[in-house]
Design a protein around this ligand. Structure first.
Ligand SMILES: *Cc1c(COP(=O)(O)O)cnc(C)c1O
Length: 355
């Protein structure tokens, strides 16, 4: 990590903390923001005014370019508090790298590591009280960037804001989910923006997801744009399967390369499982469920780490997966990551970024 300190971060503490009004036993995801936010502006080719200020509304122009042309990207990260009050963020360097990959694809400026990581560190120090400590809880961190130029010409915005806001999130007990294999709508195409974490990828998923919900499924299983034969990912999370003795995840530029997916595949390899990153066809999955070789299937993402999949719908037919209790790998990896992130076990990989 860089230790040059070329950006001085101005800190303006809140005069009125909202902390005492928060019911930490009843947190709805993403609704209560911590007292402070980090804001940096990009103007005339350089990042300036890096500051930590009270969380609050922004003033924007109606002509702000990102509202019209969509230069908007984001990240999702989590911070955890150990029993001894140590604060740890899970692999934020990966999020910083991914943010900059998204930025490049959308013709946006890169955010220096120092603003992202050092800024985050300082933000978490000032809002340390907002990080809940009960096991299963965490502080969700949302870094994001968008074009701010007040002009309607179609071109890359000349100015940007990079902001980090955070919110405490309650213990998340995710129920197993059902997925509908999507065979008409498309999330991403090769040469497109599927690998980037940009706002538009979510906008386009909402309508097809609503249709899937109306048919009784929780989420969509996206398939490739050309043939709708190969599995890509779930709505907001990557997919990992255990087929035979192999831990398998789809690959390629049309999926978002999740930090959780990467972490889980790295662990699988370390633990001696066979791992494969390759095309997985819907037919392979359905056949495997029918003949019993698909023993585990789950979605992997920062929100819930591991969300078991209980049922998959394809062409009007439902396929049930084996009971969650018997899923050896996914339960093991979920427990391991929980312990690691709360500092209960050694961190041999250096994944915990201590604040
Ligand atoms: C963020 C995201 C994921 C999961 O990524 P993590 O880094 O593991 O949180 C997967 N798919 C999509 C579309 C995403 O936006």
């Amino acid at each position: 990590m860089s230790d040059t300190n070329s950006y001085s971060i101005r800190v303006e503490p809140t005069k009125q903390s909202r902390l005492s009004q928060v019911d930490f036993n009843n947190l709805k995801f993403g609704q209560i923001m911590s007292d402070h936010m980090l804001v940096a502006n990009y103007d005339n080719g350089a990042w300036t005014d890096v500051s930590i200020v009270p969380y609050g509304d922004l003033q924007i122009s109606p002509a702000m370019s990102s509202l019209h042309y969509g230069q908007a990207i984001f990240e999702g990260v989590k911070a955890y508090k150990y029993a001894d009050e140590t604060v740890s963020v899970f692999r934020p360097d990966q999020n910083w790298e991914r943010l900059n990959k998204s930025a490049k694809r959308l013709q946006m400026p890169e955010v220096p590591q120092e603003i992202f990581l050092e800024g985050l560190k300082q933000l978490l120090k000032i809002d340390k009280q907002w990080i809940p400590s009960i096991e299963g809880t965490s502080l969700y961190i949302r870094p994001f960037m968008f074009g701010t130029e007040p002009a309607l010409g179609v071109h890359a915005s000349a100015s940007y804001k990079f902001i980090i806001i955070t919110c405490p999130v309650g213990a998340y007990y995710s129920q197993p989910i059902s997925l509908k294999v999507e065979t008409y709508y498309t999330r991403a195409v090769s040469g497109g923006v599927g690998f980037s974490k940009n706002a538009g990828n979510y906008a386009l998923s909402l309508y097809p997801t609503q249709l899937a919900n109306e048919e009784g499924y929780d989420q969509i299983m996206w398939t490739d744009a050309a043939e709708h034969k190969y599995i890509e990912e779930a709505g907001t999370a990557n997919l990992i399967f255990r087929i035979g003795d192999s831990i398998i995840t789809p690959h390629g530029e049309t999926i978002l390369h999740g930090v959780t997916r990467r972490t889980i595949m790295e662990l699988a390899e370390k633990w001696g499982y066979t791992t494969e990153q390759r095309n997985v066809s819907v037919a392979e999955l359905i056949d495997g469920i029918k003949n019993g070789t698909v023993t585990e299937a789950f979605a992997a993402g920062t929100a819930a780490t591991v969300t078991h999949i209980s049922r998959i719908g394809f062409e009007g037919q439902d396929y049930e997966l084996p009971p969650v209790e018997g899923r050896e790998f996914s339960n093991k990896v979920f427990d391991y990551l929980n312990q690691l992130r709360y500092g209960k076990i050694e961190d041999p990989f250096g994944w915990n970024f201590i604040v």
